[in-house]
Design a protein around this ligand. Structure first.
Ligand code: ADP
Ligand code: MG
Length: 302
C-alpha cells in the first residue's frame, strides 16, 4: 500500500510566557485506505496534532508529508471534521449550501457542485433535508452535514477530531456505522481522534495510543477485527475485549510524561484522565455490560 501520510518527529510548543509543549516528537505513517484512530487522554495534544497535519498550526519541529510531498499550507485534498458541529456549520446557509461551500472555493462548476452535494447527502442519510437550515436539525443530523461537507470534496485524507463526542450514545453508534459504511464505499484514508478507547477499537484498522502531554506514541496497535463490524457482536468479541484492555493498560502504566513548561493550567485538567479512568474501569468490567443494554434499545432508525 502506498503511503498517504508521514509524520516525522513532529513537535509543537505553544509560545508565550508559559510556553507549553503539546506534542513531543510524534512519528507515524498511514497507508492509503487505512482508518487510523488516535486515542489519548484529554489535553494530551490530539487536536494540536491534527491541526499540525492540516497545516492550521505550524509545528515547531518535524515534518508532515502527504503522498510523499511536504505539506505547506492547507492541502486541497484534505478535509477536517471537528467535534463542534454547532460552530462549524454556517447557520445562514441551507444544508446543501453548507455542503457546496468548500466546493465553490475549489472552483467546482455549479451543476457538479449540486450533484456532489445531493449524492453525498443521500449517502449520509440526509435526503430530503437539503433545503433545511442547520438549526432546524438535531445534533446528530448536523454532524452528518459536517461529514457530508467533508466527503463531498472527495478528500484523499479525512481528519476527524472527536467527531462523535457531542452526540448521545445512540446517535454515536449510528454515526460510527455511517463512517464505516462511507469509508468502505469511498475508500477514504481517515485519521480519527477520540478519547474513547472502545470507539478507537470499534472503528480503527489500527490504534495509535498517545501519552499524556507532551504527546508521544506509546503504542501502535493493529485491530484485526475485519471490515464487517457490528455494534453488538464486535464489541462482545474476545479480540475486541482484549484490545480495549491492552490499550487501557498501556495508558494506565505509561510513565508520567511532564515536559518542561508543562503545568496544571486551568482547563487542562478539567476532565481528569477521561481516557485513563474510563479505560481502567471498563477494562476490568464485564465486557458486555454496556453493549447489551444499548444494543437492545437500538432501533432501525438509520
Ligand atoms: N492555542 C493554544 N495556546 C496555548 N496552549 C494551548 C493552545 N491550544 C492548546 N493548548 C494546550 O496544549 C495542550 C494540548 O491541547 P489539545 O491539543 O487541545 O489537547 P487534546 O485535543 O488532546 O485535548 C493542552 O494542555 C492545552 O491547554
Ligand atoms: Mg481536542
Amino acid at each position: 500500500m502506498p503511503s498517504m501520510l508521514e509524520v516525522s518527529e513532529l513537535t509543537h510548543t505553544y509560545p508565550g510566557q508559559q510556553a507549553h509543549t503539546a506534542i513531543g516528537g510524534v512519528s507515524f505513517e498511514v497507508t492509503a485506505g487505512q482508518l487510523t484512530c488516535i486515542v489519548g487522554p484529554s489535553g494530551c495534544g490530539k487536536s494540536t496534532l491534527l491541526r499540525c497535519i492540516a497545516s492550521l498550526v505550524t509545528p515547531t519541529a518535524g515534518q508532515v508529508r502527504l503522498r510523499g510531498q511536504p505539506v505547506r499550507g492547507v492541502p486541497e485534498d484534505l478535509a477536517v471534521v471537528f467535534q463542534d458541529y454547532g460552530r462549524s456549520l454556517f447557520p445562514w446557509m441551507s444544508v446543501r449550501g453548507n455542503v457546496e461551500f468548500p466546493l465553490r472555493s475549489r472552483s467546482v462548476p455549479r451543476a457538479r457542485r449540486r450533484e456532489l452535494a445531493l449524492s453525498t447527502l443521500e449517502r449520509v442519510g440526509l435526503s430530503g433535508a437539503e433545503d433545511k437550515y442547520p438549526w432546524q436539525l438535531s445534533g446528530g443530523m448536523q454532524q452528518r452535514v459536517a461529514i457530508a461537507r467533508a466527503l463531498a470534496c472527495e478528500p484523499a485524507l479525512l481528519l476527524m477530531d472527536e467527531p462523535f463526542a457531542s452526540v448521545d450514545a445512540q446517535t454515536r453508534f449510528e454515526l460510527e456505522d455511517l463512517l464505516l459504511r462511507v469509508r468502505a464505499e469511498q475508500d477514504t484514508t481517515i485519521l480519527l481522534v477520540t478519547h474513547d478507547i472502545d470507539e478507537s477499537v470499534y472503528l480503527g484498522d489500527r490504534v495509535l495510543v498517545l501519552s499524556k502531554s507532551p504527546a508521544t506514541v506509546l503504542a501502535d496497535v493493529a485491530v484485526e477485527l475485519g471490515q464487517q463490524r457490528d455494534q453488538i457482536s464486535t464489541r462482545e468479541s474476545e479480540l475486541f475485549v482484549r484490545l480495549r484492555g491492552e490499550i487501557a493498560r498501556t495508558l494506565r502504566n505509561a510513565p508520567q510524561n511532564r515536559g518542561e513548561g508543562d503545568h496544571d493550567e486551568a482547563g487542562e485538567d478539567e476532565e481528569p484522565g477521561e481516557v485513563d479512568s474510563s479505560g481502567e474501569d471498563r477494562a476490568d468490567e464485564p465486557a458486555l455490560a454496556g453493549s447489551d443494554s444499548t444494543g437492545s434499545e437500538r432501533g432501525s432508525t438509520e
